[in-house]
Design a protein around this ligand. Structure first.
Ligand SMILES: Cc1cc2nc3c(=O)[nH]c(=O)nc-3n(C[C@H](O)[C@H](O)[C@H](O)COP(=O)(O)O)c2cc1C
Length: 192
């Protein structure tokens, strides 16, 4: 019989994000964040290319980004409510990790597999933060997909992108559980 890790299974069967707008201080210290980043980077990676990296955004950087969202949102012609939403994402956060997808040239590993790996890093990082007792949330928003914003605000190069912003903090309210997929509906069993 395989040896079961019941605590890990229980965590995976009950884990859920905590909405970023409900997170507050304290946030993990640098020392506390390192094992969370380490777990995030412990992720399947075809060819061991490490096609991702982290940018840890602390309070001062998040305030700067919020200001840059206002300027870039206006330049893009975004509606005020869409600017405000992304502004709040950074202005209200005290710690955010940008997971950068940075595909490497490879004859063996298609770029899409490297991007999938960056998405897997996001979930691993999110789960590690939750498992460490923090509230955490994976968000994107228009700024996440705006190469000009990313270049100016974060120094992201043209061949990189942001797979997600993982906001981490202390939860203030437990969100209600949301409906989960029906496994029978999404699963096909093939036996021959
Ligand atoms: C790539 C990606 C981007 C997302 N971006 C947003 C976003 O910008 N705004 C939002 O409200 N939710 C966004 N979500 C959804 C949140 O992460 C949401 O909290 C999550 O689906 C809750 O799932 P969980 O409870 O299973 O962790 C995104 C999810 C993914 C996978």
């Amino acid at each position: 019989m395989p040896e079961k890790n019941q605590a890990a299974l229980d965590f995976l069967l009950t884990r859920r994000s905590r909405p970023a707008k409900t997170l507050t201080t304290p946030v993990p210290s640098r020392e506390e964040l390192v094992p969370i980043l380490t777990a995030g980077a412990r992720t399947p990676d075809h060819g061991k290319l490490e096609p991702w990296r982290f940018i840890v955004l602390e309070r001062g950087a998040l305030e700067r980004l919020a200001g840059e969202v206002m300027a870039r949102g206006a330049a893009r012609g975004e509606a005020p409510d869409r600017i405000e939403k992304v502004y709040r994402q950074f202005a209200d956060s005290h710690l955010t990790v940008a997971v950068v997808s940075a595909p490497k040239p490879s004859e063996k590993v298609p770029e899409i597999e490297q991007v999938y790996s960056a998405g897997a890093v996001c979930l691993s990082l999110l789960n590690a933060a939750l498992a460490a007792g923090w509230g955490a949330n994976w968000l994107s928003g228009w700024a996440c997909h705006d190469p000009e914003f990313l270049a100016v605000a974060l120094g992201i190069s043209a061949d990189e992108s942001v797979a997600g912003f993982i906001h981490i903090g202390t939860e203030t309210v437990a969100p209600p559980e949301r409906p989960r997929p029906d496994i029978d509906t999404i699963t096909t069993w093939v036996s021959a």
